[in-house]
Design a protein around this ligand. Structure first.
Ligand code: FAD
Length: 503
């Protein structure tokens, strides 16, 4: 069956656990066939063309794909998948490549199926507040396009100017407004997808109610391991009547975290509650994103309220009270849209501004129960200090979703090793505090080997079974999200945190 293996793939002597040996010689016949499916200019296979596709937002551990395909239709995606199957070549779906856990990294010898040309909004059903989109639609562009109907698409990752709805579905992405509106899974009603055997299927429906198991729910968050999503039906939200944004300035990050807990206890549910720490404020203020924040502040808390006008006054008063009870220096309410955007600039520009701190950034993502935020931030600070690493925090405080950002220089091998070690300690501390290893950036390759921190072997078993049901041959984005294969665990269970082979 395998045209590839008969061509004599060169397999390295030591295949890392989890990486199925794939050919390192380009199977020219496959590439030729793929070119015929998508057209010459939409099949990238020359070295210079592939360079930009070696990684996503996780720049550690890059890998060059065999080719990158840019299909325009579901039928083309299905034909690519079938061609890859016949050539025994793995494939990896990809959106905009902003993922931070390596989910869209090529696996050895695989092709990337990049959905950016499938970028049409197919339908807006204003009456039912539903949109049907292709996977390559950029998140922010959907809200821009439907503003004329008084609607918006609620999941708003901070990368929303670039990331795609297909990538959001795969990662079950959230954003600052997840606190009130939930993550992507709360907004997806139905999907069309190409299964790993090349068949096209539809799951869910416009009502959002399906008898039987929730297969749409199983696909959302599966990180491109169960097939390639080619059409998404999402629910939309009405643009709120009123929005108020507050900026609280604190001496330190700990009282800012406590104020978040007080706001929630008051019964108010803000649309967003975000914290930016001192180091990030300094970086932002020195950058093009400068928002006029005092660099003497220890942290700022941005709180956004939305809803009906009549509720705003009481809710603003409750937030003021909570912040003042925690000794906040000042609390301002944005006077107009310009000022509101200025408050948000510090948050939205934070990752860009961090480029001023070091050439590389490792964006961590873990969740702890909200009440544990003060103690876990102290612990994360202690870990980074002990490893002599520069830490900057900017995070979705309302959800307890931390983003400790470690600024480093990958050219310094010793520093890189300390970054990895600190990352492991941070994840361990978060799980010991009752949290989980990812809030929104996914597991990908980055955290696959930390799944044992949250799951027992018997918890992983249903995940393997689900995967095997959709992809019995392990050809679609293999090696991502769950410890790679049973073989991999079997080969060395203890190294992966198991006392015995789990399955
Ligand atoms: C500055 C910055 C800020 C960020 N902020 C947030 C944030 O606030 N919240 C958040 O959740 N994330 C955030 N992210 C992470 C990232 O933007 C999200 O994970 C996003 O959903 C990825 O979308 P993408 O189109 O770039 O997908 P990619 O990175 O290309 O792919 C991500 C995963 O989706 C899979 N995939 C892509 N398209 C498909 C498809 N059509 N079918 C099946 N699988 C597919 C890929 O295989 C991969 O596993 C941030 C990233 C950056 C760089």
């Amino acid at each position: 069956m395998s045209a590839v293996s008969s061509a004599g793939p060169s397999v390295s002597e030591e295949t890392p656990c989890g990486d199925d040996p794939r050919p390192t010689i380009a199977p020219a016949a496959l590439i030729e066939r793929l070119r015929r499916i998508v057209g010459d200019e939409h099949c990238l296979a020359r070295e210079g063309e592939l360079f930009a596709y070696e990684c996503d937002g996780l720049t550690l551990d890059p890998a060059r794909p065999l080719a990158v395909l840019l299909p325009a239709t579901t039928e083309e995606v299905a034909r690519i998948v079938r061609a890859c199957r016949e050539a025994d070549v793995h494939f990896v779906p990809r959106g905009a490549g902003t993922g931070l856990s390596g989910g869209a990294h090529a696996t050895p010898g695989s092709v990337l199926i990049e959905c950016s040309r499938m970028n049409r909004i197919l339908e807006v059903d204003e009456a039912n507040r539903i949109a049907v989109v292709q996977p390559g639609v950029v998140n922010a562009e959907l809200s821009t396009a439907i503003k004329q109907f008084g609607l918006f698409y609620a999941p708003d990752p901070s990368s929303q100017q670039a990331c795609t709805i297909g990538g959001n579905v795969a990662e079950n992405s959230g954003g600052p407004h997840t606190l009130k509106y939930g993550t992507t899974t709360n907004h997806v009603l139905a999907l069309e997808m190409v299964l790993p055997d090349g068949t096209i299927t539809r799951l869910g429906n416009r009502t959002g109610e399906s008898p039987g198991p929730d297969l749409v729910g199983a696909i959302v968050g599966s990180e491109g391991t169960l097939g390639i999503v080619t059409e998404i039906t999402v629910n939309l939200s009405p643009i709120p009547e009123a929005i108020e944004t507050l900026l609280g300035i604190f001496d330190d990050i700990v009282p800012a975290c406590r104020a978040v807990g007080r706001v929630i206890r008051s019964g108010v549910v803000p649309a967003a509650m975000e914290i930016v720490d001192k180091r990030t404020i300094e970086a932002v203020e020195a950058s093009v994103y400068a928002a006029g924040l005092p660099t003497s502040a220890g942290a700022v808390l941005i709180v956004e309220l939305d809803g009906s006008k009549v509720c705003m006054e009481g809710e603003i008063a409750a937030i003021r009270e909570a912040c003042e009870a925690e000794g906040c220096q000042t609390i301002q309410v944005a006077r107009d849209e310009e000022e509101r955007l200025r408050f948000w600039r510090a948050r939205k520009g934070a990752f860009g501004a961090m480029g001023r701190l070091a050439p590389d950034l490792y964006v961590h993502d873990a969740v702890v129960p909200r009440v544990k935020l003060p103690e876990i931030l102290a612990k994360v600070g202690e870990i980074c200090d002990r490893h002599r690493l520069k830490l900057a925090n900017v995070f979705h405080a309302g959800d307890g979703n931390l983003h400790p950002n470690i600024c480093f220089d990958r050219r310094d091998a010793d520093e890189l090793a300390r970054v990895i070690q600190a990352g492991e300690e941070i994840l361990t501390a978060c799980t010991e505090a009752g949290g989980v290893i990812t809030g929104e950036h996914g597991v990908g390759v980055e955290k696959r080997d930390y799944m044992h921190l949250v799951f027992e072997p018997h918890d992983l078993e249903p995940m393997y079974r689900l995967r095997e049901t959709f992809d019995p041959d392990g050809v679609c984005n293999p090696g991502k999200q769950i410890p790679t294969t049973r073989f991999c665990v079997e080969s060395n269970p203890k190294a992966r945190g198991y006392e015995e082979v789990p399955i």
